[in-house]
Design a protein around this ligand. Structure first.
Ligand SMILES: [Zn+2]
Length: 131
């Protein structure tokens, strides 16, 4: 999926945009495309909870490396929460939409398990007198 072209000015338009960046023409999206656009614009919970694991699973390897550096890790967290899905879809080299959304689902679940694990681990140490 490489995106579409605007019917008016023939400029290439990214999949998740509903408006042409070239002329502002409002593109009519098919229901499927609309769903995809909404999905790609949604924030990614996996990236919020577990940036390193998420960027790796999302095949954003450059962001994975950046996220290992303390200050950049925080930047990576924010940009990947908001733009991660779009970048992953664009640069991840996914075979199809299903493969991509399956992976996103798994990574979001892993992020949730990760953060719950941290909280439980912290709570256990804190209240069992370990700390
Ligand atoms: Zn246009």
């Amino acid at each position: 999926m490489e995106g579409r072209s605007c019917k008016i000015c023939l400029e290439k338009v990214e999949l998740w945009n509903e408006q042409c960046q070239g002329c502002g023409y409002h593109l009519v999206l098919e229901p499927d495309e609309k769903l995809q656009a909404r999905y790609l614009r949604a924030p990614s919970l996996g990236a919020l909870f577990w940036t390193q694991g998420w960027t790796f699973g999302a095949r954003l390897y450059l962001w994975f490396l950046l996220s290992l550096i303390p200050v950049f890790g925080l930047i990576a967290l924010f940009v990947c929460v908001f733009f991660g899905r779009r970048w992953s879809w664009k640069y991840g080299g996914w075979a199809d939409w299903e493969e991509f959304t399956e992976r996103m689902k798994v990574m979001d679940a892993l992020g949730l398990i990760w953060i719950l694990g941290l909280l439980i681990g912290y709570g256990w140490l804190r209240f069992s007198g370990g700390l």
